[in-house]
Design a protein around this ligand. Sequence first.
Ligand SMILES: C[S@@+](CC[C@H](N)C(=O)[O-])C[C@H]1O[C@@H](n2cnc3c(N)ncnc32)[C@H](O)[C@@H]1O
Length: 207
Amino acid sequence: MYTMNAVEFNEKIMKGHFRKIYPVIARQMVERTGITKGECIDLGGGPGMLAVCIAKITLMHVTVVDLMPECVELAIENSLEEGVRHRVDAVQGVAEQLAFADASIDLVVSRGSIFFWEDQQQGLAEVFRVLRPGGWAYIGGGFGTVELLREIDELKADDLEWQRKRKARMAQNPPEHFRAMLDRLGIEGVVEHQEAGTWIIFRKPQS
Ligand SMILES: C[S@@+](CC[C@H](N)C(=O)[O-])C[C@H]1O[C@@H](n2cnc3c(N)ncnc32)[C@H](O)[C@@H]1O
């Protein structure tokens, strides 16, 4: 089971070292999928900074889903602080069992979470189920650009534990692992792997 100190994560990571990556990743997600209105889920959204950034550049209503109740509270606080509370909600839940109706969601985004899901394949199947025909998923992990990755690497140079865990996660989750999972699920999509991140991107067919 995933654990972390959510308050520390919020202060040190999201509002500290990582702050700059969220607007960049949000922009990449919106430009790639072309979705700017409707319902969005930020799955494993933690304290909600990606959700906040998506709400700021679109007309979407974004729901943060996270297994930790502390993250749900922090996501609400952050969306209030950032002036987008009217379009951001947060609920406790797990990727493997989403409390959303079939075909009800236009865009599912997720950063840095799938690596921790207990059953990644079931989580992706759930994402596919809740997407409406024509809806998109953009799920994976990364830092936006190589330049931002380098900045974070420098800031975290002394944090050997962080470096070790990141490498281990990447080794356990190579792109072929996710490609095979999409094949098993019969989902047509791509897994893009670059130095700055690995992303599973797919669109649910129209019919
Ligand atoms: C490294 S944090 C990333 C948070 C946020 N997406 C970000 O990029 O700042 C991973 C998050 O995934 C959540 N998580 C882990 N397993 C999950 C699951 N099965 N379903 C939903 N959330 C999960 C954790 O509670 C945590 O908030």
